[in-house]
Design a protein around this ligand. Structure first.
Ligand code: SAM
Ligand code: SF4
Length: 346
């Protein structure tokens, strides 16, 4: 177990829900099902990423067992992510097997975050399995810029994926990482395009996770700046509703759409954190921005006793830290954490 240095009040662990030492209920699990991806976004991965051997990854049966243990402890929302979840060949089996928890009412939502490149082929099956919403990451609508920021990606495949998802009846939310001098000028048109298609869009600050071979201080664009600039073009009204995630939402009067901001660096969102993250190797990270983690694969592979697995999960939640401390350090120019977003799942 790896634990960061925080003062932890004592907790009664006998209650049925998962409650962390700071009295936050953990009801949201994000699961990275693979570290592999068919793109190489410049802020996420290095060009020559080394991926894990397949034997290190949790199998569908192991993922199901773990997710079910969390659901039995009150987790109501599951987000499957990666890497790119749709590059995993047995991904649809996982979705179908987990969807029984939607049917039983134990789970409110099963969803995924995808880069959209393989969504065209998967959308109908996802909708059939009970998935209602997907997040698609898209940082630009310019095919050349898309190719360069993703190091080789084909924008049209993502656009086809989005069209197929909408046709299948899935609600699509666009996630856009704001990149200084790269897609900065395009943000208003991305907002107009998303809203014209009835899709919410959320802007995200780059977080210093993993070495990407790029200088992060060059890519980092504070969303406080973006918001000020957007307010010159759009009328933004703050919305009180949350999506169960860390985004702050605004309505845009000119487009009648919703715009979210995820600002881990300019505004720390940890006080309401209700989520934990599972890597594709079964390591549970209690915070995206801290090293606190517990190896649940070892428990999974060493016992078939569900009570032991449950106890490991309950104990893990007791090391959830108060919050992250991301910094984009101009002097060090190094990531705050060595692991990539594709490991912990975005
Ligand atoms: N491959 C899928 C995708 O791109 O949607 C799912 C995994 S990806 C790691 C999830 C999200 O994390 C994406 O929206 C991506 O833009 C975002 N992301 C990756 N690295 C990031 C970083 N260093 N800072 C902020 N967001 C990042
Ligand atoms: Fe792949 Fe998603 Fe990372 Fe881009 S952000 S490299 S699509 S995992």
């Amino acid at each position: 177990m790896v634990v960061s240095n925080a003062v932890r009040p004592k907790q009664d662990q006998s209650s049925s829900g998962l409650v962390d030492p700071f009295f936050r209920s953990v009801t949201y699990l994000r699961v990275s099902v693979t570290d592999r991806c068919d793109l190489r976004c410049s802020y996420c991965m290095s060009e020559n990423m080394r991926f894990l051997p397949k034997k290190d990854l949790l199998s569908v049966a192991e993922l199901d067992r773990l997710c079910t243990a969390f659901i039995n402890r009150g987790v109501r929302k599951l987000r499957l992510t990666g890497g790119e979840p749709l590059v995993r060949k047995d991904f649809m089996s996982l979705v179908r097997i987990l969807s029984r928890h939607l049917a039983s009412g134990m789970l409110d939502e099963l969803t995924l975050t995808t880069n959209g490149t393989q969504l065209a082929g998967a959308a109908a099956g996802l909708a059939e399995a009970g998935i209602r919403r997907v997040n698609v990451s898209l940082d630009t609508l310019d095919p050349d810029l898309f190719r360069s920021t993703t190091r080789g990606g084909d924008l049209q495949r993502v656009l086809d994926g989005i069209a197929a998802a909408r046709k299948a009846g899935l609600l699509v939310k666009i996630n856009t990482v704001a990149l200084k001098g790269i897609n900065e000028a395009e943000i208003p048109s991305l907002i107009r395009w998303s809203h014209a298609l009835g899709m919410d869009i959320t802007l995200i600050e780059t977080m210093p996770l993993g070495d990407t071979g790029e200088d992060r201080t060059k890519q980092y664009l504070p969303l406080s700046e973006v918001r000020e600039r957007l307010a010159e073009t759009f009328t933004l009204h703050s919305l009180s509703e949350r999506s169960g995630g860390p985004a702050l939402y605004f309505s845009v009067a000119e487009t009648s759409g919703r715009l979210g901001f995820i600002t881990p660096l300019t505004h720390n969102f940890c006080e309401n954190c209700n989520r934990v993250r599972l890597t594709c190797t079964g390591r549970l990270f209690m915070c995206l921005g801290q090293e606190d983690s517990v190896d649940l694969r070892e428990v999974l592979r060493s016992t078939s006793d569900e009570a032991a697995l449950d106890a490991a999960i309950v104990n893990a939640i007791q090391v959830k830290p108060r919050g992250h401390d991301f910094v984009i350090d101009r002097m060090r120019r190094k990531p705050t954490l060595g692991r990539h977003m594709s490991m912990t799942g975005g």
